[in-house]
Design a protein around this ligand. Structure first.
Ligand SMILES: C[S@@+](CC[C@H](N)C(=O)[O-])C[C@H]1O[C@@H](n2cnc3c(N)ncnc32)[C@H](O)[C@@H]1O
Length: 196
């Protein structure tokens, strides 16, 4: 019942704001676990999720992180914020736009983070918006911290996706691309990025 309600919220938001949601369904468990896997599994790490949607990746992070970790989720869509607050009461949900990340985190006492897990629909953003959010990511991420995000495999060679990949290469010392996660609809890859 909860899964059906979450899917309904996701689809309603996707129909209402296709340029904000950018997907037809939430990520599956295999992709969610892959995204969460790069975050530190031990100790009091600070981990930020961008665009948690209905919280499938949030749940994967909850399974992966130590209980001492601080897990914050920044979400723009008001219906998703309400759903997350109702269904995942343990999650620290911050309503807002990822382009204001540094300020949103400063407001809750966070200046640096160890990992950023993004569910944002990067290819729907203008080049300026992509650069603005990436700059915020780099401002708050600790040296050696990790940034991960995903893209659908069938669009990975389109110009918009190549442009985003170039931005990742410019923003990080290391950009690894995972094999395709076939058990996802649609199949997807993840980028795992670090600065040394
Ligand atoms: C493709 S959905 C991903 C949801 C979830 N992480 C998943 O993998 O199923 C994209 C999410 O990013 C949110 N979003 C889009 N633009 C955003 C922004 N500028 N700041 C914060 N969240 C944003 C949308 O509202 C939506 O919840």
């Amino acid at each position: 019942m909860t899964a059906a309600r979450n899917l309904l919220t996701f689809v309603s938001s996707a129909v209402r704001s296709p340029g904000v949601i950018g997907a037809v369904a939430p990520s599956g468990r295999a992709l969610s676990d892959l995204l969460a896997s790069v975050a530190p599994a031990h100790g009091p790490a600070t981990v930020v999720e961008l665009g948690p949607g209905t919280g499938v990746v949030s749940e994967a992070l909850r399974r992966h992180l130590s209980p001492e970790a601080r897990h914050v989720a920044v979400e723009l869509d008001r219906s998703m914020v309400a759903l997350l607050r109702r269904s995942l009461p343990w999650l620290e949900v911050v309503p807002g736009d990822a382009k204001d990340l540094q300020k949103l985190l400063a407001d809750i006492g966070i200046t640096t983070v160890d990992a950023i897990v993004s569910g944002l629909p990067w290819t729907l953003f203008s080049r300026e918006a992509q650069c603005a959010i990436m700059e915020q990511v780099n401002r708050v991420l600790v040296p050696g911290g990790v940034f991960t995000t995903f893209a659908y495999a069938h669009v990975k060679n389109l110009p918009t996706q190549r442009r985003f990949r170039d931005l990742l290469e410019q923003s990080f010392d290391e950009v690894a691309v995972t094999p395709v996660v076939w058990r996802n609809f649609p199949p997807a890859i993840a980028y795992q990025c670090r600065n040394t």
